[in-house]
Design a protein around this ligand. Sequence first.
Ligand code: PEP
Length: 248
Amino acid sequence: MRVPMIAGNWKMNKTPEEAVVLVNELKGLIQNTSAEVVICPTFVALGDVLKATEGSSIKVGAQNMHHQDSGAFTGEISPVFLKAMNIEYVILGHSERRQYFFEGNNEINKKLAAALKHGLKPILCVGETLEQREQGTTYDVIKEQIQKCLENLQEFNLEELIVAYEPVWAIGTGRTATKEDANEVIGFIRQQLIEVLGEKLSLNTRILYGGSVKSSNIRELMDMPEIDGALVGGASLDALEFSKIACY
Ligand code: PEP
């Protein structure tokens, strides 16, 4: 059984103080949902957000991490630190990391190995750019992302892996993939997962859709058989809107 997941990626928004205000609003609003709800604030707000979520069902994730445990990597955050804080989830390979910080599939593969080694639950993002979609290479791009990012991870427990299909052209643009398109690509991702991880694991892996998800489109997306949840950017910064998405 794949438990639906609604995850909020707050990106580079909200001071620790503002983050706590948002969590407290969410706690009041998200009471009745069958989905697992995860919020991913900035690194500096993680501690305060964890405290503020105590006693609630809201879980906390980081937006990125380095693949090394420690060392001379100025400005980076280690998986060891996240684990020491009791952070449960970590988003890896978000398209903004790929685009602005030049993260490639090999680097993301190392990060996945490190997250799994330390018992963090990775949310691996994949998705094509507008140019790739227009060139008709969506499936090739995604196949490569899945294969390279998940290469040589057999020694780890991959039961907690989550994948998010985020077409880059739909992120923060107000353009959502149609529910049929999202469902089809996610079905393709599951086929790729079967090739890499085997059927049993892949049929239990949650695959989320991300890209301009709002309270007005979450229901139709969640009604699609392949879509197990949503990774929400902009709309996760508004308590009422995110709570409506979480309680779709
Ligand atoms: C995201 O950044 O993961 C995302 C899906 O953003 P938005 O919902 O704003 O498109």
